[in-house]
Design a protein around this ligand. Structure first.
Ligand code: KIV
Ligand code: NA
Length: 265
């Protein structure tokens, strides 16, 4: 197998930090995989790429379309595709049917789904039948309508045990890794210590076994980003500068230049 494998990611528990990003397209995925162990085709693409207000409206077909693009654009990184809201919660059988469809059509190596103890039975069902599952606990964006927005979890210590139990339940059920999103730092530390599978933090803690960010956020493509994002680039500003220069050159007929036009014989 030419790609990084699920067992290789699983074996990184407590080792060198796992580097990962979301990826939605062939071209950016090809750049990212030079540095990332795995790429996540996150359902955040509904908000980031398609202007939706939450991830609730993302369809299976949309995930498959972007999943195909990322798999085609890459050779080395493990590719994980998010299961969208409504495609897995009903029953283990529904989850298997849709996860298998994602894997067959995109050729990705694993799927991710949101939920802790309540999804344990489903995670066991899938991982026992050839589908590696990455779990996702803490702030689970598909539950935004229950939470009343994206709310950091574990601000109240009384809630910690609930999240620790979620982590243990998904690990026990056979998840190969666990995204821990939007929890207070000491809770993320406790979760990482509580399970023998790697934790992948986002808005969590540097002690997680790996980190993930939404690529567009860390690139600086959006003006506003949440506190947990560090902007490593200013790509939005770079795009705007280039487009402004282009518009100016078109209007002044400075573009196309002699090098940009074809000559006859
Ligand atoms: O959809 C997504 O981008 C995610 C990551 C933020 C973990 O689930
Ligand atoms: Na997601």
């Amino acid at each position: 197998i030419r790609r990084i494998t699920v067992p290789q990611i699983r074996a990184r528990k407590g080792g060198d930090p796992i580097v990962s990003l979301t990826a939605y397209h062939a071209h950016t995925a090809a750049i990212a995989e030079k540095y990332c162990d795995f790429l996540l085709v996150g359902d955040s693409l509904g908000m980031v790429m398609h202007g939706m207000e939450s991830t609730v409206g993302v369809s299976l077909d949309l995930m498959i379309m972007h999943g195909k693009a990322v798999v085609r654009g890459t050779k080395r990184a493990l590719v994980v595709v998010d299961m969208p809201f409504g495609s897995y919660e009903e029953s283990p059988a529904q989850a298997f049917r849709n996860a298998a469809k994602i894997m067959k059509e995109t050729q990705c190596q694993a799927v991710k789904l949101e939920g802790g103890a309540r999804m344990a039975e489903t995670i066991k069902f899938l991982s026992g039948r050839g589908i590696p599952v990455m779990a996702h606990i803490g702030l689970t964006p598909q539950s935004t309508n229950i939470m009343g927005g994206f709310k950091t979890q574990g601000r109240d210590e009384d809630d910690w045990q609930f999240h620790i139990d979620d982590a243990k339940a998904v690990a026990e059920a056979g998840a190969f890794a666990l995204v821990v999103e939007g929890v207070v730092e000491p809770l993320a530390d406790k979760i990482t210590k509580a399970v023998e599978i790697p934790t992948i933090g986002i808005g969590a803690s540097k002690t997680c076994d790996g980190q993930i960010l939404v690529m567009e956020d860390m690139l600086g493509l959006n003006d506003w980003v949440p506190k947990f994002v560090k902007k490593f680039g200013a790509v939005g500003a770079a795009i705007e500068d280039a487009i402004a220069d282009y518009a100016e050159d078109v209007k002044s007929r400075a573009f196309p230049t002699p090098e940009n036009v074809y000559k006859n014989k």
